[in-house]
Design a protein around this ligand. Sequence first.
Ligand SMILES: *Cc1c(COP(=O)(O)O)cnc(C)c1O
Length: 751
Amino acid sequence: MNIEEKLTVKLGKPIASASDEEIYIALNSIVKEQIAARELTGGNKKLYYISAEFLTGRQLGRNLVNLQIFHEVLALLRKYGKDLKDVEEYEPEPSLGNGGLGRLAACFMDSIASLNLNGDGVGLRYHFGLFKQEFRNHCQYEVPDRWISENSFVTKTDVSFPVQFGNRTVHSRMYDLDVIGFEKGHSKLHLFDLDTIDESIVKDGINFDKKDIDKNLTLFLYPDDSDKDGQLLRIYQQYFMVSNAAQLIIKEQKDLGHDLHHLADHVAVQINDTHPSLIIPELIRLLIQEGFSFREAADIVTGVCGYTNHTILAEALEKWPMSYLNEVVPHLMPIIGGLDYAAVCAHHDNHELNIIDREGKVHMARMDMHYSHSINGVAALHTSILQHQELRPFYEIKPERFNNKTNGITFRRWLMHSNPELTKYIIDMIGTNWMNNPSELERIMYFHNDENTLNDIAEIKHTKKQQAAHYLKEKEGVIVDPDSIFSIQVKRMHEYKRQQMNALYIIFEYLRIKSGIYPAAPVTIIFGGKAAPAYTMAKNVIHLILCLQELINNDPEVSKYLRVVMLQNYNVSKAEVIIPAADISEQISLASKEASGTGNMKFMLNGAVTLGTNDGANVEIRDLVGWENIYTFGRSSDDVINLYNTNGYHAIDYYNRSESIRRCVDFITSPELLRIGNEEMLKSLQDNLKHKDWFMTLLDLEDYCNVKETVYFDYLNRPKWTRMMLVNIARSGFFSSDRTIREYNRDIWHL
Ligand SMILES: *Cc1c(COP(=O)(O)O)cnc(C)c1O
């Protein structure tokens, strides 16, 4: 039976008379059958990718792409006057991640499956995810993100493990998400949960009783940890995740008849940031139970584990008080103590190497570095900063463990699924080999002076902008002009990413327009991103942006030239709509602070031109496209690190010195904005910018405003700009997560 016949049978009626929801359910069922028919990938050695987050995005579309029936289904539905996009809207997006780190884990699972590597993911099944973002009174509110539904691709299994917390034991439940590869390959994402979770304890936004672990353990990703109960809950979650992972590993190895002495020949564990770090003592504990000595077990586990560092922000390098760990996992404490003792004995008296510090805090990253055979950063600049600054004491004793693995993205989701128009055009130019060998995208460079090709690429971009404009109107109720320049900054809200700098630029442009100086072309600045619920300053930035949106879009004089949009509840599905529509990719983090970024890669692949600092993977984008196909500005990472080391940055000096900076910062509490916004929030943001500004917004602001004018001017030079677009697409092959995963396998996993 072909797809049309299958779909008609499933529906029990003609496709033309079925609703989008009925088609969604029927397609789901067809896809599930095809997945079930594909054998799981096997092999002598298996990878377990352990991560607190997997920001998978919707599954129907990715499965259609990877089963290679996406275009067929697209065309089939179109034939009956239906749009696959509308059908896909019925799938709730799994809310199992927060930002780049979780999205990376999802891209990696897609690449592991597609490269037919023997590897599964392990994580948690959070009922309400991070949270759903709502805007009221120009502020962010958090509500539970209810994504679990009847038709979900996540299915219940009968696998369960006992997990010991102090002197009591809970019993887990494993759920599975099938991860099907492109053409071949089939892996699983194992998500653990408790049957006793009680969703009804969540009251008033996202608040709940943090003490009732049986009922709350997997309700939310990153529950508030501003108090002791919150921190304990995080430790409960982390241990629950890794204890299940460790038991699954030992069970699977025993079932296969493998000798645990040779565990490192059969198992690789990748620790994605520090949340899964307790896998190290837990695996050692299980091996000791199997009769191994402490020394033997620690050596084996070191051979098994690899650690990925994702950030140099101090707040993200977890350390837990020993007394808290003692409350949740007392049975691990002798092991952690032993690991610390062994590490310290080997390395004398440098206390920066201690796992347990002088205040009795356990440093998870330090445990990872002592007991993993590989330590990797996620972009060349980031790895270099780890080696020479952040993790220098470790690099000095174990240089051979350090390696770089520049992040990547799966082109299946970020091009083939989200931009079928550009995909088809690339196929028309150079065939399909690039799909399995992304560096072959380079071959479109052959057309870089071909006027027709450049016009066609511009036309596709315009189509994607029209689609995004339509989506914004339908879903967010905002009007944007597809003929304006789309400059897009979508990512988690954080001061280091400097959305506040973009907001100050908007004020700069607003004031200029008011004084009669107009930008070279009309621009639409689009933001999207969630702020952590307890991160006041990030929420203040959202507030400022929403107030600017209100002020500017309703001012007929200004809105002809400038519009501002803040997307509500930015997630993978929204990213797939908005990124292909971008002309300019805003990647303006404070140099040295963005480990890699992966959003930057998605934009590049879709023909946006990067406007960014020399930070993270932007540096590698610049090296690939050349200076003439990217706009960079701002101080270098060396300068910034030096400013931190010498306490050399004082925001107020920049404020006092520059009239234009002063006018922008002052405007935050202007009568115009105070009429719309909350005085306390705006004032607090303004004071922060003048007197603290930890992420040095004012340092680069003038540079940023200046370069933007150049960008708009170049945009109007269509041959120049469209050639830049083409070069960016052509050189993006390096950022395929297939390349990244091949490198992990070659250097770390050896599957
Ligand atoms: C790619 C992605 C991110 C990461 O974006 P950065 O710009 O690298 O921070 C965050 N959220 C979603 C939904 C994404 O798709």
